[in-house]
Design a protein around this ligand. Structure first.
Ligand SMILES: *Cc1c(COP(=O)(O)O)cnc(C)c1O
Length: 430
C-alpha cells in the first residue's frame, strides 16, 4: 500500500482509494467460481417462501411476500450537495433498504435467505416436504417442532442479529445473538421481545463473532451464521441486483455504455455491499461502477484490499480503534472471502468522518423526509466526493466517463433506519 494512503488512514482523514486490480467483466461472468446461478438460486428460494413470508409478516402482504424496497429520487439532496460544490450531473436515486420489511435494514436480504435455506434443507432432509410444495407448510407445528431442536447462533453489531433472530425464532428455531459493544440497547430489547437470547460482549464485533462460532461448534444441533465467510448470506444480498435491474427498467432508466450506473454502498465486514456488487456486476458488467464507503475509524475493507492481506489485517494495526457512530460499520477486520471476490469487481472505497454522517442524517431527514441510521448515510460521501477527489477524477477519466456524465445514474444505497425508535431518532437529529 502507498505510504501516503496509510498516513491518511492513520490520521483518520477522508480519502478515496481506487482499486488497482479491477478488471473488465462481462455480465454473467464467473468470479472465483461464483456466478449467476448462485444469485438465481437464492432468488428462486426467496420466491418459494413468498406464501410463508406473506402469512407470517403481514407488512409484506402487499408485495405478496417479496421483501423489497423502493428506489426513489432524491433531488433535494442532489441540489444541496451541488450547492456544497459536488458537481453531480445525471439522476440521483436512493435505494431504501433502510425500509426493508421484517428487519428494517439491508440485512433482511442476506440474513433471511440464509435462515430460510437452513430451514428448507432440514425440512427436505427430514422428508417433511418436497421442494415444489407450497412453502406455507412451514407454518405448522410439525415444522416448528423439528426446528425447535436446533439453535442458530450469529455474531452481530445489531442489524444482522435482528434479521437472523426474527426469522429464526419465527420458524421455531432457538436463536442466540452474540452482540458486540456497538449494539444499541433498543436492538437488544427488540430481539428479547421476540424470544431471542441476547449475549452481550464488551468487545468489538470480531470477538462477538468468535464467541458465536465457538459456542456453535460445541453442539451438533447448532448452526452458526458466519458473517465473515457465508456464501448463503452473500447470495441472499446479491438478489438485490436482479430486482434493481427490473426497477430501473420499469422506471425507463437505461444502463449501458453511454448510460453508466454508479452505486455507493456502506461497508462493514463486506458481505452486504460485496453481495450487491457481485450481483450488479452479474447484471451490468462494466457499465456499473461500485464504490464502498467506510468510516474513517474502521476502514477495514480498504486496508485489507490495499495491503492484499484481507482478513489477516485489522485496523488496530494502524492505530485505529474502530469506534464510530456508524454502529453497523464498526468492524475492524474485513471478510477475506469478500475482499478476494471484490478484487476484479470493485471500483474503489471512500472513507467518511462521523461528523459528516450526522450532517447527512440531518439533511436527508429535513430535505427528503427520510430517516436513516448513521451507517446508512455513508453512501452520500461517495456521491459528494466522486467529482472532487483527485483519485476518483482520474478513475472517471481513465474509463472515459466524463463525456457521459449527464446520462449517468447514481444510486445511494441506504441500508438501515426504519426500526430506530423515535427517542433515538431525536437524539441523533440533535
Ligand atoms: C451491516 C450493515 C452494513 C454493512 O454490511 P456488511 O455486510 O457488514 O458490510 C451497512 N449498513 C447497515 C445499516 C448495516 O447494518
Amino acid at each position: 500500500m502507498r505510504d501516503d494512503i496509510l498516513e491518511k488512514l492513520r490520521n483518520k482523514e477522508e480519502i478515496c482509494w481506487i482499486n488497482p486490480d479491477k478488471e473488465e467483466v462481462l455480465p454473467r461472468q464467473k468470479v472465483n467460481g461464483y456466478g449467476f446461478v448462485h444469485m438465481k438460486a437464492a432468488q428462486t428460494r426467496l420466491i418459494r417462501f413468498m406464501p410463508y413470508i406473506a402469512a407470517k409478516f403481514p407488512e409484506t402482504a402487499d408485495r405478496k411476500g417479496i421483501i423489497e424496497s423502493e428506489l426513489v429520487d432524491i433531488k433535494e439532496i442532489k441540489n444541496w450537495l451541488n450547492d456544497r460544490g459536488a458537481g453531480i450531473e445525471g439522476r440521483v436515486l436512493l435505494k431504501k433498504d433502510s425500509h426493508l420489511a421484517i428487519a428494517g435494514s439491508v440485512k433482511a436480504r442476506g440474513g433471511i435467505h440464509e435462515v430460510l435455506k437452513l430451514a428448507e434443507t432440514l425440512a427436505l432432509n427430514n422428508e417433511l416436504m418436497n421442494v415444489t410444495d407450497n412453502h406455507i407448510c412451514f407454518d405448522s407445528e410439525e415444522f416448528k417442532e423439528l426446528f425447535s431442536r436446533y439453535t442458530v447462533h450469529v455474531g452481530s453489531t445489531g442489524n444482522l442479529g435482528i434479521s437472523i433472530g426474527i426469522m429464526a425464532s419465527t420458524l421455531g428455531f432457538k436463536a442466540v445473538v452474540h452482540m458486540s459493544r456497538d449494539a444499541k440497547e433498543w436492538k437488544k430489547e427488540l430481539l428479547r421481545s421476540k424470544g431471542v437470547e441476547v449475549r452481550e460482549y464488551s468487545d468489538d464485533y470480531g470477538t462477538a463473532v468468535r464467541a458465536g462460532r465457538e459456542e456453535a461448534e460445541k453442539d451438533d444441533n447448532s448452526y452458526f451464521v458466519d458473517d465473515e465467510n457465508s456464501i448463503d448470506l452473500f447470495a441472499g444480498y446479491s438478489t438485490a441486483a436482479m430486482r434493481l435491474s427490473v426497477q430501473l427498467h420499469n422506471a425507463g432508466i437505461p444502463v449501458d455504455e453511454e448510460h453508466p450506473l454508479f452505486v455507493y454502498l456502506p461497508c462493514g465486514v463486506g458481505g452486504a455491499p460485496g453481495g450487491i456488487t457481485f450481483g450488479l456486476k452479474q447484471m451490468f458488467g462494466d457499465n456499473v461502477h461500485c464504490f464502498f464507503v467506510e468510516p474513517t475509524a474502521a476502514p477495514c475493507m480498504l486496508l485489507g484490499m490495499a495491503t492484499d492481506k484481507h482478513g489477516d489485517i485489522s485496523v488496530d494495526e494502524i492505530g485505529l480503534d474502530g469506534v464510530t457512530v456508524a454502529d453497523g460499520l464498526a468492524v475492524k477486520r474485513p471478510s477475506a472471502f469478500v475482499g478476494e471476490l471484490m478484487k476484479p469487481l470493485l471500483s474503489g472505497i471512500f472513507t467518511v468522518a462521523d461528523e459528516e454522517l450526522l450532517v447527512y442524517l440531518k439533511e436527508i431527514y429535513e430535505r427528503e423526509g427520510i430517516f436513516l441510521e448513521p451507517s446508512a448515510c455513508a453512501g452520500l460521501k461517495a456521491l459528494e466526493a466522486l467529482n472532487r477527489a483527485a483519485e476518483s477524477i482520474t478513475y472517471l477519466n481513465r474509463h472515459d466517463l466524463e463525456k457521459y456524465k449527464k446520462n449517468a445514474t447514481h444510486i445511494v444505497w441506504a441500508t438501515g433506519g426504519a426500526l430506530v425508535p423515535e427517542a433515538e431518532r431525536q437524539k441523533l437529529l440533535k
